[in-house]
Ligand binder design. Sequence first.
Ligand code: ATP
Ligand code: MG
Length: 425
Amino acid sequence: MSKSIKVVRGMHDILPQQSPLWQHLEACVRQVVQAYGYDEIRMPIVEKTELFVRTIGEVTDIVAKEMYTFNDRNGDSLTLRPEGTACCVRACIENGLLYNQVQRLWYSGPMFRHERPQKGRYRQFYQTGVEAYGLDGPDIDAELIMMTARLWQLLGLEGLELQINTLGTPVTRAAHREKLVKYLEGNRNLLDEESLLRLEKNPLRILDSKNPTMQAMIEGAPQLLDYLDDESRDHFDTLKSLLDGAGIAYRINPRLVRGLDYYQKTVFEWVTHDLGAQGTVCAGGRYDGLVEQLGGKATPAIGFAMGMERLLTLIEDRGLTVLDSAPHAYLVLVGDLAVSQGLLLAEQLRSALPGLRLRSHCGGGSFKSQMKKADKSGAQLALILGEDEIAQQQVSVKHLRAEQPQASIGHDALTQYLKEALLTD
Ligand code: ATP
Ligand code: MG
């Protein structure tokens, strides 16, 4: 036997027993985004490398070390998308979706980052993103946060903490940056290698560092909140009062920053303490500068992305939802005639009973071995078709999970019988 080929490090199969939970999470997401009137957009998984270099920025971890970049056969540099926002903006500009109109969009799919794999951190992971274009007020910021809060409620997740901050306008940022750089230069001896690199190009991001030896120094750094211009302050104050009004608790975290230049004003994260260092399940912010930066007409924009694996782990850890995807019924077919008649009967039942999960036995074998498979499938009922049943034009119905006598049912009555036994709550 030749050596088996394994999955790529940091990537995962979603196995049949995990799928029901994924489907549940995806269905809840869809229900919530639709409840707010958002439309789905689907972008390619591969984009031109330049899209991410230009938007995310060369000094970020993502672009500097995490992208799956390759040359295709024409020699064009392409990249497996590490996030969805840039792709979504590209698609909107390219398809003229932003001309004098508001767009409220969502997408879901795999993202790729060459990070060190650990629990909650993978090289292929799924994100659901929501983006709103053409709205510059704090009302839409509040709506997005309310949407996420509603999703946690639907999923039964408690104990997630909402952290918010504002990065102000570019004017705010410039004033703050000057003071920040001065402060950091004064503390140069305390900066780690990464922060020294960021000092020139992206000093704000230093505030985001998780390096324990730098924490005290970071605590003392000038805070953006002290440099807000009137516009930014009004925006932030209104957002806070809208959240208060909606009964959504939050903590202002002055160190919550997004290093990318195009972020401004509102930023937020939903954080849990139950996933160790990988505690952020959802991160978002306003990026009014990005559309223009990518060649579109200046358009206000805000969005967030959530990590589906992290959410799934939370749902799983709390044992909140056990979903039944087992077949309702298993069709046991003994003998060639039973097979040919039974497959047709199964088709008729599926047509007559939408929602019925019926698994037909394939591959022959004895009555006994088929009954074992019926039991293992998790089905409620075994529908048995053998020589006797065919002669009598009936099907034997055996209850696999309940103490009920076996019944013989004529083909005509079977639909009604199954409907009552399986599909009524
Ligand atoms: P982190 O600080 O955890 O690295 P990030 O700031 O890189 O997150 P974003 O780019 O804002 O994350 O992505 C939004 C969300 O996607 C994160 O909050 C997280 O839930 C999820 N996510 C990001 N990277 C990964 C990954 N490698 N594996 C699994 N989920 C991820
Ligand atoms: Mg990251």
